[in-house]
Design a protein around this ligand. Structure first.
Ligand code: ATP
Ligand code: MG
Length: 425
């Protein structure tokens, strides 16, 4: 036998029955996006490496050490598997001039790739759903985006997600804060870990995002960006808070909340769960008013979020156990070989009427086929045996009625009779 092959570390197969939850999640997301008038975008999984270097920022975890980048062997192009999708959405919006007639509300869904250490809630291929509102200065769309996420949690039946918000101000405010931050961390240099030392002069704001428990106290005492905000930034942040309060949405202002990506300004927010261990952030987003210009477009404001599908699905799995129930309406048992064409035809008629019908395959006697029918969790077994063949009927057995299962013979003509019979029970 040939040696077995396995999936790349940190990249998962999504198998039944779990895939049913994925499908349900995806259809719920589509419904959500329709309800808010967001339109779907699909961009390539591979982009020029320069897009992410420019869009995400050189001194970020992603660009420094998480990207799957490679040289196209055929033409020498530098390419990267997308680690996130906002930069690519902006690239496409600029490339196709989508903002020519005003702002756009867009969404996407799909796999992202980051070379991280795989652990619970952290994978090398993972999935994001994202919503982006481009061309609007907010804070109305900032609030809309946050409330959209809230509606999604409600549609999914998820409770207990907390909202944290912060304001990152504008470049000049961050520059002032940055100077104070560097001075503070320099004064406590002996408490910095290796990562923080490396970032001290390149990206000190990111030190606030450290996951190192030993550094939490130091970070708690650091100068706050909120204290550096000017009037306009403050008004934007106050506006967002008022809209959230008016919508009955609770939140906490977390002055340490920064984003892993460089392009954010003003509003940032995260939806956090306590049920996921260390990887508790389910959805993260904010405003990125300078990114469109950075990618080569005419300056335009923008705001958006991305949620980690695996983390949302882990929460869902905690509330709804996997179940094959109600996946099938009928399982067709073929106990008399000549009846096969007739059974196929009946199955097609039922499917045309919207029923979910699975044909038995792989042969076997009546008894073993009935076992398969039971295990399929179908509502009915439809039995095509010799008796039924001769009397031009089908045996219908309700598999979920409990108690002794009675089999009825239902004539195949007129054609609607079987359908009525399945619908009535
Ligand atoms: P973290 O701080 O957890 O590394 P991040 O700041 O890198 O997150 P974003 O780039 O903002 O995350 O991505 C948005 C969301 O995508 C995250 O909140 C999370 O739910 C999800 N996510 C990010 N990286 C991964 C990953 N490697 N595996 C699974 N989900 C992820
Ligand atoms: Mg990360």
């Amino acid at each position: 036998m040939n040696p077995k092959l396995s999936a790349v570390k940190g990249m998962n197969d999504i198998l039944p029955p779990d895939s049913a939850r994925w499908e349900w999640f995806e259809s719920t997301v589509r419904e959500l996006m329709r309800a808010y008038g967001y339109r779907n975008m699909r961009t390539p999984i591979v982009e020029p490496t320069a897009l992410f270097v420019r869009g995400i920022g050189e001194v970020t975890d992603i660009v420094e050490k998480e990207m799957y980048s490679f040289t196209d062997a055929l033409n020498g192009e530098q390419l990267t598997l997308r680690p996130e999708n906002t930069a690519a959405i902006v690239r496409a919006v600029v490339e196709h001039n989508l903002l020519y007639d005003g702002g756009k509300r867009l969404w996407y869904s799909g796999p992202m790739f980051r070379h991280e250490r795989p652990q619970r809630g952290r994978y090398r291929q993972f999935h994001q759903v994202g919503a982006e509102a481009l061309g609007f200065a907010g804070p109305d769309v900032d609030a809309e985006l946050i409330l959209m996420a809230r509606r999604l949690w409600n549609m999914l039946g998820l409770h207990g997600l907390r909202l944290e918000i912060n304001c990152l101000g504008q470049a000049d405010e961050r520059a002032r804060h940055r100077a104070r931050l560097i001075a503070y961390f320099e004064a406590h240099e002996e408490q910095l870990d290796a990562d923080a030392r490396r970032r001290l002069h390149s990206n000190p704001l990111r030190i606030l995002d450290t996951k190192n428990p030993a550094m939490q106290e130091l970070v708690q005492g650091a100068p706050r960006l909120l204290d550096e905000l000017g009037e306009a930034s403050r008004a934007h942040f106050d506006g967002l808070q008022q809209l959230l309060r008016a919508a009955g949405q609770e939140f906490t202002v977390n002055p340490r909340l920064v984003r892993g990506l460089d392009y954010y300004n003003l509003s940032v927010f995260e939806w956090v769960s306590d049920q996921l261990g260390a990887q508790g952030t389910v959805c993260a987003g904010g405003r990125y008013d300078t990114l469109i210009e950075q990618i080569g477009g005419k300056p335009a404001p923008a705001c958006g979020w991305a949620l980690g599908v695996e983390r949302v699905l882990e929460l869902l799995a905690q509330t709804q156990p996997a179940s094959a129930a109600a996946q099938l309406d009928a399982y067709v048992v073929l106990a008399h070989a000549p009846a096969l064409p007739r059974a196929l035809q009946v199955a097609e008629q039922l499917r045309a009427a919207g029923l979910r019908v699975q044909m038995h395959a792989g042969g076997g006697g009546m008894k073993s086929q009935m076992k398969k029918a039971d295990a399929s969790a179908a509502r009915f077994a439809l039995i095509f045996g010799e008796q039924e063949w001769l009397s031009e009927s089908v045996g219908v057995k309700d598999l979920r009625s409990g108690g002794e299962q009675q089999q009825r013979a239902v004539p195949l003509q007129p054609a609607g009779l079987l359908l009525d019979c399945l619908a009535r029970t």
